[in-house]
Write a protein that binds this ligand. Structure first.
Ligand code: G4P
Length: 282
């Protein structure tokens, strides 16, 4: 389910997150490892301000490993603690407590010096829709929690979920809006399923997908659709036509586009990252 973000929703979401921040020691900013820039909320720094933060590049099982390593360094260079995460995987999720302790090392040392009895770290999960907030909460809590339905403000009062003795989490994540202004960002978010694709033309999205894969992942594209090296020199609409024929859709490009996007989302084209680190440096 995807929420339509109007200015009123954004103001409300921001207010709710700001209120919840008061209760926590640390924020877990969840972003999609395939979209380390596009899946961040544009106002996050302003909203979170000085609150300690751990950045989690989630869905790292779907992302291009080389790119993820470069993005991890990028965030570290900015002074952030950051982890590549797979929220579906308990082993991966277990890295969160030690990483949180690193973020809060000074506070923990200060409390110890003052003789304050150690208590569990209190955290909240924050991110745009579809980055895996509920999945992470479920895995941390070890049980299925109620789905938030990606709508801000569905529960009242603070409920805490316990992860062992060392971590407590607000049971509802903070849901913030994505960046919409840049059309390329919109396409990337739609391709990964973060925003509704009925806002965009399917064939535009599929052509964009082909452009990215021809440029960065040609072997994965060739393998999946039994293409030759020469095929990759076709222009993108021709390539879409060819794939459509190969799959028996003939000139039904809408169906071929739908299939391409679905297969991308199902991971059938292999790992990929849409926000390219090298484009940032350019
Ligand atoms: P949200 O609360 O931030 O909106 O996201 P949510 O947890 O609902 O996750 C959105 C989709 O992303 C879900 O897939 C979820 O399974 C998937 N997901 C979350 N974390 C990971 C991860 O680390 N790796 C992979 N591969 N997928 C992840 P879905 O198809 O919408 O639902 P489902 O059929 O999996 O339940």
């Amino acid at each position: 389910m995807t929420i339509q973000w109007f200015p009123g929703h954004m103001a409300k979401a921001r207010r709710e997150v700001s209120e919840k921040l008061k209760f926590v020691d640390i924020v877990f900013e969840l972003i999609d490892a395939r979209l380390p820039l596009s899946s961040r909320n544009p106002m996050l720094d302003q909203i979170v301000q000085q609150k300690p933060r751990l950045i989690l590049l989630n869905k790292s099982d779907l992302a291009d490993i080389n790119q993820t390593n470069q993005w991890l360094n990028y965030f570290r260079d900015q002074g952030h603690q950051v982890l590549a995460l797979t929220a579906k995987d308990d082993k991966s999720v277990k890295q969160i407590v030690p990483a949180s302790k690193k973020v809060l090392a000074e506070k923990i040392a200060r409390d110890k010096d003052r003789g304050v009895k150690p208590r569990a770290i209190r955290a909240m999960v924050l991110g745009i829709p579809n980055v895996g907030k509920s999945t992470l909460l479920n895995h941390l809590a070890g049980k299925k929690i109620a789905s938030t339905g990606n709508r801000p403000g569905v529960t009242k009062g603070q409920q805490w979920l316990r992860f062992g003795t060392q971590l407590e989490l607000l049971d509802t994540p903070g849901i913030l809006w994505p960046k919409f202004e840049d059309p390329a960002v919109g396409k990337k978010l739609a391709l990964t399923g973060a925003i509704k694709d009925d806002l965009l033309h399917l064939d535009d999205l599929a052509l964009y997908q082909l452009e990215i894969f021809c440029r960065y992942y040609p072997e994965q594209l060739k393998d999946r659709y039994k293409l030759t090296n020469e095929d990759l020199f076709l222009d993108f609409p021709e390539l879409l036509m060819l794939i459509s024929e190969k799959r028996g859709f003939r000139d039904d490009y809408e169906r071929a586009s739908e299939m391409l996007i679905l297969e991308l989302r199902q991971g059938k084209l292999g790992r990929y990252t849409l926000d390219r680190f090298e484009e940032l440096s350019e």
